[in-house]
Design a protein around this ligand. Structure first.
Ligand SMILES: Nc1ncnc2c1ncn2[C@@H]1O[C@H](COP(=O)(O)OP(=O)(O)O)[C@@H](O)[C@H]1O
Ligand SMILES: [Mg+2]
Length: 272
């Protein structure tokens, strides 16, 4: 493998793979990088998604959103994106240990994810696939930083894909309007982020991935009821607001969500 200037990319290991892509750790000289390889083949839909992803990556420049160094299209139906390699784990991997995050840590981390999300929304980009596998806890020196990954399902607000497109996103983290195939917007990402925050503090998903429709019948469960006595009432109310069925009942923006979360953290620490 070579980059645009013909510099050699040495394969180190596979970091992740899905049906449509692989993410590899590669070496370029002394640098450690991540290479996402998308197998689009002759699938027009996948190419459209890949081009939306790279168009979005070209305009985003924010510490809490994944960055692309360069990208291109190779022969054989392959698209690729070269990124800085983040050290650390996804929120999904972190939660597989079975221990939820402490409220303080969750609030700090989600404040960062929401800052990244607010930047995407300000640029007219809806992520549409916020899930624990796409939220990274990157190690930076002695501390960590929340980074939103994977703009593979992004929608450009100026060119909405409209209703009737296939359902995007990850089962278990979809907003009701995504399931129904309606128009998605910033509040769709707010809903999914609310489910991720629930999971970070509960240690288990809010909604089973095999029965996403349960949200319509029962709503999203209450975190405060699930972990009574943990002082999570204020944060639970924030999650409840973020995950209302009707988009108009949720926070209007990621910045509003982040502001409410900061206030809830103060309340949570006072209660402790
Ligand atoms: N820059 C990166 N540094 C480290 N790991 C990464 C990076 N980008 C992606 N990954 C890992 O690869 C996985 C898949 O990447 P992602 O962009 O989400 O692709 P997909 O569209 O296949 O879901 C992520 O969940 C994460 O574990
Ligand atoms: Mg992903």
């Amino acid at each position: 493998m070579i980059d645009r200037e013909g510099r050699r990319l040495g394969f180190v290991r596979v970091l992740a793979h899905s049906s449509r892509s692989q993410v590899l750790e590669v070496r370029r000289g002394d640098e450690r990088l991540a290479l996402k390889v998308v197998f689009a083949g002759e699938d027009e839909g996948l190419w459209r998604e890949f081009r939306r992803e790279t168009a979005a990556l070209s305009v985003v420049d924010h510490p809490n959103v994944v960055r692309a160094i360069e990208h291109g299209e190779a022969g054989g139906g392959i698209g690729w994106v070269l990124m800085p390699l983040y050290d650390g784990v996804t929120l999904h991997t972190r939660l597989r240990t079975g221990r939820p995050l402490s409220p303080r840590r969750a609030c700090r981390l989600f404040g960062e994810y929401l800052a990244g999300l607010a930047e995407l929304h300000d640029l007219g980009l809806y992520h549409r696939d916020i899930s624990p596998k796409n939220l990274f806890i990157a190690r930076v020196g002695k501390t960590t930083r929340g980074v939103v990954l994977d703009l593979g399902r992004v929608e450009l607000a100026a060119y909405p894909t409209g209703t009737g497109e296939h359902v995007t996103g990850t089962p278990g983290y979809l907003a009701p309007e995504q399931i129904l195939g309606g128009l998605t917007d910033a509040r769709t990402d707010i809903f999914s982020m609310g489910l991720c925050l629930f999971e970070a503090l509960a240690g288990a998903p809010a909604v089973p991935s095999f029965d996403t429709m349960v949200v319509f019948d029962q709503g999203v469960p209450s975190l405060a009821n699930l972990r009574p006595g943990a002082g999570l009432e204020a944060i639970s109310r924030v999650i409840e607001r973020a995950t209302r069925i009707t988009p108009g009942d949720r926070f209007a923006s990621a910045a509003d969500f982040a502001g409410a979360l900061r206030e809830a953290q103060v309340a949570c620490e006072e209660a402790a």
